[in-house]
Write a protein that binds this ligand. Structure first.
Ligand code: GUN
Length: 282
């Protein structure tokens, strides 16, 4: 029987730990604060930003919401970020992606102070991760590491295959797994023999945004499968990048969608906000 990895439970536990820490700080008269910026009203972004604000409220982190119009210029956005960088009350700054086309995403990410970059997207944090130095770690891959650790899934010496090479998931995931002494392979849209490689995986991590792309032909018997995808299937039902039913008999453990990796992302964002507070104040 496959172990169904309960991301909701692990995320809830991490949020409780963060809440405890924030409560302790509050008793000392100290407050953790996250600024969340959304440009325009992309419906998916509105849902994500809403969930982030709710999580802040739950753990006791103050959230400042900047919901600014689609027509905001790049300069206006950069000015807002500069103001928040200089505001000592603000510990974390998050700009929800994607941004409207007239705004250069890289420029915006680089404008955020690396000390307040709770998303872990700034090149300085990406660089620190790659050389094993302290810094903010992108929330989804960080959450996956916590999911593995808290389910006692060993990574040392294991062959981990990642499908997808995005800056937000695939690449930082590879760095984190290397740091935990795994052997790492990344496969992507131009890889010629994807199945051959994924079939060697002890741990298979799938982050490509294609509904039910991975079926039993991609998976070795007894593998651990981590599904990062959140898609809609032909019946408009939520599904992952993995065909869950097709691989379930084959795997030793798997994350469901929903309730697997998804809840971990926000839990780690809350964790990063407290880390930001300490980085700036100790
Ligand atoms: N858009 C999709 N995922 C993310 C994320 O983790 N952070 C931000 N800022 N935007 C996103």
């Amino acid at each position: 029987m496959a172990n169904i990895i309960d991301g909701k439970a692990v995320a809830a536990a991490i949020k409780e730990e963060v809440k405890e820490e924030v409560t302790k700080l509050k008793k000392e008269g100290r407050e953790v604060c996250l600024a969340v910026i959304q440009v325009g009203n992309n419906p998916a972004s509105t849902v994500y930003v809403g969930n982030k604000k709710k999580a802040c409220e739950y753990v006791g982190i103050k959230s400042l919401a900047y919901e600014i119009p689609e027509e905001t210029t790049e300069e206006e956005l950069l000015n807002l970020i500069e103001k928040l960088n200089d505001d000592n009350e603000v510990n974390g700054i998050l700009v929800q992606l994607p941004l409207p086309e007239h705004i250069d995403e890289d420029k915006v990410i680089q404008a955020i102070s690396p000390l307040k970059d709770v998303d872990g997207f700034h090149p300085m944090n990406v660089g620190n991760l790659s050389i094993g130095k302290k810094g903010f770690i992108s929330c989804t891959p960080y959450g996956i590491i916590k999911l593995l650790e808290r389910n006692n899934i060993e990574t040392e010496g294991k062959h981990c295959v990642i499908i997808g090479r995005s800056n937000i998931v695939g690449k930082p995931m590879s760095m984190l797994l290397l740091r935990k002494n795994a052997t790492v392979t990344i496969v992507h849209s131009r890889t010629k023999n994807i199945k051959e490689l994924t079939k060697q995986a002890d741990i298979l991590i799938v982050a490509i945004g294609k509904p039910k792309f991975v079926n039993e032909e991609y998976v070795k018997d007894g593998a651990v499968v981590i599904d990062v995808g959140i898609n809609r299937d032909e019946n408009n039902k939520l599904c992952g990048d993995v065909d869950y039913e097709a691989v379930l008999d084959r795997v030793s453990a798997i994350t469901p969608v929903p309730g697997g990796v998804g809840p971990m992302t926000i839990a780690m964002l809350m964790n990063n906000c407290v880390e930001a507070y300490y980085m700036q104040n100790e």
